[in-house]
Design a protein around this ligand. Sequence first.
Ligand code: SF4
Length: 319
Amino acid sequence: MLSIIDIDRKIPLKAHILTFLLCILCALTSHHNYQKDIYIHLKCMLVRTPTIREVECKTLLHTMNYERGYPEYTINLYRGCLHACVYCYAPSLIQDEREWGEYVDVKVNAPEVLRKELRKVKKGVVFLSSASDPYQAVEAKYKVTRRCLEVLLEHDFPVLILTRSHLVLRDVDLLKRFKWVRVGMSVTSVPDPRFEPRVPPLERRIQTLKTLSSEGIITWVSFAPIIPTLFMLDLHALFQALKEAGVKAVHAGLLRFENYEISRRMFEKKVGVRYQSVMAGSYAVRKSVEELARRYGFDTSTKIFEWREPFSLERYLKS
Ligand code: SF4
């Protein structure tokens, strides 16, 4: 499915080790100050930098289901995700030997592939993304998500976005031109770098939702995964902030590793606890989250996603 066309090569670890040893040798045998060089190479040896590859894909649109009588598609413009969340399901879907969060393959030809595919398929909502974040940091450089949004706009497809990054604000000009678009931000019960190493802070995400809403874009929050015994949030404060940010809907989801064995093992290894041990009282916790969300006036149904629900469809066709 993918062919590698270029590798953003980092200096290999071996080269750092050799240069580090050489610097020490030079420092011992000369008067020159090698302190800075030693520090740089030592840091490179200890702190791994993610690998970014440019790849070409052959297909992109994936049909998720037809249950509502029209197709729902998902597209992943990146393979891998630098956000590196420890609870992520994607490692089980991708099954790559590389360490999760330490690599990303950029599908540089995605817009061209998408353009060809959209000509052949029935109109349906396109979800960005299911196994990567469409606005992870590399998007700032590659703009693959932006270019694909331009293609979707050309073909007048409705779009559903879910991200954890404020980079989505870069594309407000495009988003405002869609007839139907929903932008969601992910929030979890553990908004902390120990669980989500490279995800922007929660406050930044809420501010992003506020800006999107003020631009007239309908926003929602995926409050998932909820890890019942790892709940690091004041839910009242969160919902109050989301309300003030103009968020329309909140969807709660529990951490689930059924059929995601690789992800379960990664979670248990990185967090140091067994999955079952953090799920105590899970359904009661989810229920109380949903009840509170409703009390704050959020829609907890899936109505917000119904681009062909009578009212939305009518508006869609007339607009
Ligand atoms: S942002 Fe989403 S896709 Fe990326 S690591 Fe986190 S959970 Fe996985």
